[in-house]
Design a protein around this ligand. Sequence first.
Ligand code: PBG
Length: 320
Amino acid sequence: MIQRPRRLRANQAIRNLVSESHVRPEQLILPLFVREGLTEPKPIKGLPGTVQHTPDSLRAEIDRAIAAGIGGVMVFGVPNHRDEDGTEACNPNGVLTSAIRSIREQAGDRLVVIADLCLDEFTSHGHCGVLDARGEVDNDRTLEIYGRMAVVLAEAGAHMLGASGMMDGQVAATRAALDKANFKDVSILAYAAKYASAFYGPFRDAVESQLDGDRKTYQQDPRNSREAIREIKLDAAEGADIIMVKPALGYLDIVSQARQLVDLPIASYIVSGETAMIEAAAEQGLLERERAILETLSSVHRAGANIICTYWAIEAAAWL
Ligand code: PBG
């Protein structure tokens, strides 16, 4: 026998020597939820360790994120007041903008501060855009609001905006609005391929989603991959700085194709339901939690996403 692949697996030193991919703390992004009017941090069902933050608990979490050396945070705001048009999203002193401002004051440039650019937390119907007279999501009127929201978030100090609404033309509209307001260096993380997934369950709790129905007229059909390629090409052409594929685990084929397709950095988001599955199994003693988490991060990285959004960011950074 000439070929003995096992030679290179004989001990930890040699396994390290030939290891092909390395998840690094500075490429992990932690999603954060900030709830207006909260006095005590509130746990989120299914995601142990993840909470809705108060201003104080947010500050403590940002200290931990900096100490852990993670790359950045992705901030979601949960407002008290919701209406048809999600007007609170453009309030310069709203829950999201205030959180962004406070994180930047605290962290400066030590973390990349990404603000979620979407209306779903702010609309009374829970959709990612505003509705027309027939009750359908009105793509182009939504783009105007995204443009205004983008500028407000940039003014609050966001380094980067997470364009997660899956409206057509959202990257171009956001870029144009930012440039017009002279925020040429605020970058866009485009959720280029975002699927209408059943794995967003715990997140919808976390943002107290008002959605009744689904997002299938704007998020992608899980049966499709060519459609993702089309979306990724469009977002790249519209000026996206980073391409995101979401969810991660069921869509590693898309991550891998995205990596081949464009020269932009690729990110992927291990979503709430994917996280909750592992947490629930670990809690029942069905798998070793730390190993399962590290293996999961490696899978996403190996598929081609250097940047990983994960609720495990701080914890995993310590293990890495
Ligand atoms: C919507 C948004 C969603 C998530 C992030 N941004 C959910 C949705 O489309 O309903 C899900 C993230 C997760 O499940 O962890 N702007």
